[in-house]
Write a protein of this length. Structure first.
Ligand SMILES: [Zn+2]
Length: 272
């Protein structure tokens, strides 16, 4: 699990949790400040050239290509892609629900006719049950993204992992008003471990990862988000975005540019 350690080191080096430091290490206090979103190392954020016009690269044609290789946790590891031989891609939206940004994300997706998967933090779902219901009413799916978004769930003992998952499922089910229980689990930061995967199995959750990550949570600039998604998306891609955890203006602006272009290129949006 050294890769996960280096992920944390990188996040620290990037200053991605700089604001969090002011809140102490207790992740329970992330509300009101940025939280490091769900990214893996190796794709450092680049600043937005201030004032520069947006350069929009063309979307890749949705022609069958080489399937991305799965991650390193073996055949029982998380799902990184959809089937890569068709036109399907998936949009996943993490770290909500958030009263400022989730409604705007829902409006954008409705306008574009796109259904996504919202990976919700259980504690936030409990705080905003109206948003949970609005997400479901929009035809979107909800995945379990832990109850409190721990910094590194891969390092937690099984009992804590079990509680994070179970509490989130219960919170989402209660908030939904109709007993909706997620069937997907996304580890915060992609911090998978055999313990996490085993608990997914025990709790009837499929482990869901991603393949396209513009690190929108770090606010790298609209240009970076747009370029990364359009250049890296191929059939089967699972795109990672965020509607909570901090200011998501860049995310919303970028998706407003990207989503119609992906759709017009022939991609269809599926739910894993
Ligand atoms: Zn997250």
């Amino acid at each position: 699990m050294s890769a996960k350690v280096s992920r944390r080191s990188l996040l620290l080096a990037l200053g991605g949790i700089g604001l969090l430091a002011g809140c102490g290490e207790d992740h329970a206090s992330w509300h009101g400040g940025d939280i490091p979103g769900d990214s893996r190392p190796g794709d450092a954020a680049s600043p937005d050239p201030s004032g520069s016009p947006l350069v929009i690269p063309p979307a890749n044609p949705p022609t069958p290509g080489v399937c991305p290789s799965p991650g390193g946790l073996g055949p029982k590891g998380p799902q990184y892609t959809l089937p890569c031989h068709g036109t399907e891609i998936a949009l996943t939206v993490d770290d909500g629900p958030d009263p400022a940004y989730t409604p705007r994300m829902l409006a954008l997706l409705a306008q574009q006719g796109i259904r996504a998967t919202f990976c919700m933090i259980g504690r936030s779902a409990a705080a905003h049950p109206d948003l949970v219901r609005r997400v479901l009413d929009g035809g979107h799916h909800i995945a379990n993204h832990t109850f409190s978004h721990p910094m590194n769930i891969a390092k937690l003992p099984a009992s804590a992992v079990r509680a994070e998952m179970a509490k989130a499922t219960d919170a989402i089910a209660k908030a939904s008003g109709n007993g909706y229980r997620p069937t997907l689990f996304r580890a915060p930061g992609g911090a998978w471990s055999q313990t996490v995967l085993a608990q997914c199995g025990t709790q009837g959750l499929r482990a869901l990862d991603w393949t396209v990550d513009p690190r929108d949570w770090s606010r790298p600039g609209v240009q970076h988000i747009v370029s990364t998604i359009l250049k890296q998306t191929h059939p089967g891609s699972i795109i990672l975005e965020h509607d909570g955890g901090g200011n998501r203006e860049q995310t919303l602006t970028a998706l407003g540019v990207v989503l119609p272009r992906l759709r017009d290129a022939g991609y269809t949006f599926a739910q894993p």
